[in-house]
Design a protein around this ligand. Structure first.
Ligand SMILES: N[C@@H](CC(=O)c1ccccc1NC=O)C(=O)O
Ligand SMILES: [Zn+2]
Ligand SMILES: [Zn+2]
Length: 208
């Protein structure tokens, strides 16, 4: 079947990363000339580069690693909503949106426009929203932003509250062309045994 839309950031050597984090690098470490038959690549990257998921181990020392997460959560029906450039995302911003029975929620904010640079500031998820979202049935929250907390946060309250309510985090989506509505989503993390996070290839397809 067709009509799948790629909502992932392209991984290339200039992709912006969290200030101070490992730059992304792809290299052919064993080229044709040396190997005689093949190009073999090597990738150096932070697990929080581009479009990626967070495992609880990212913000809790005894939290689950990527391999421990239920991969089924990252495949299935998702609702895309558009909350245009909010200061933050709380109950007020979701007023009038029916989330009952929504398991996967993707929020388009358009607040990170220039994906060639890391943003200066971003709208954050108000930690109190976690309880409401989980009441509605949300288990996966995706955003077109590099974090669910303010960029200067050390407490990471939204990360913790979402995790406390069983809500998994998907960050760095590209949603600027995506109309709100019901979609199928696939955004599988790699089977990283030690992973605190993982890059994903995120794609969606409009539900008929
Ligand atoms: N919480 C952010 C990442 C994050 O906080 C971070 C990523 C790389 C290097 C440092 C980071 N944060 C703390 O200084 C995220 O989930 O992607
Ligand atoms: Zn992350
Ligand atoms: Zn995060």
């Amino acid at each position: 079947m067709e009509n799948w839309i790629d909502i992932s950031q392209v991984l290339h050597d200039k992709i912006p990363v969290w200030p101070g984090d490992t730059p992304f690098e792809y290299q052919v470490s064993w080229g044709m000339e040396k190997s005689g038959s093949v190009n073999v690549g090597q990738v150096t990257m932070s697990t929080h580069t581009g479009t990626h998921i967070d495992a609880p181990f990212h913000f809790e020392s005894d939290g689950k690693k990527v391999i421990d997460l239920d991969f089924q959560l990252y495949i299935g029906v998702a609702l895309v909503i558009h909350v245009d450039k909010p200061a933050s995302i709380g109950l007020k911003e979701l007023e009038g949106i029916n989330l009952s029975g929504v398991k996967r929620l993707l929020i388009r904010t358009d607040a990170w426009q220039d994906k060639t640079a890391f943003p200066e500031s971003i709208p954050h998820i108000e930690p109190e929203l976690a309880a409401y979202l989980s009441e509605q049935g949300v288990q996966l929250l995706g955003l077109d932003l590099p974090s669910v907390d303010p960029l200067d946060s050390k407490e990471l309250n939204a990360h913790h509250e979402l995790n406390n309510h069983g809500i998994h985090i998907l960050e760095g989506l590209v949603l600027n062309q995506i109309e709100p509505g019901d979609y199928e989503l696939a955004a599988l993390p790699l089977p990283l045994e030690q992973g605190d996070g993982s890059p994903v290839r995120a794609v969606i397809r409009k539900m008929k």
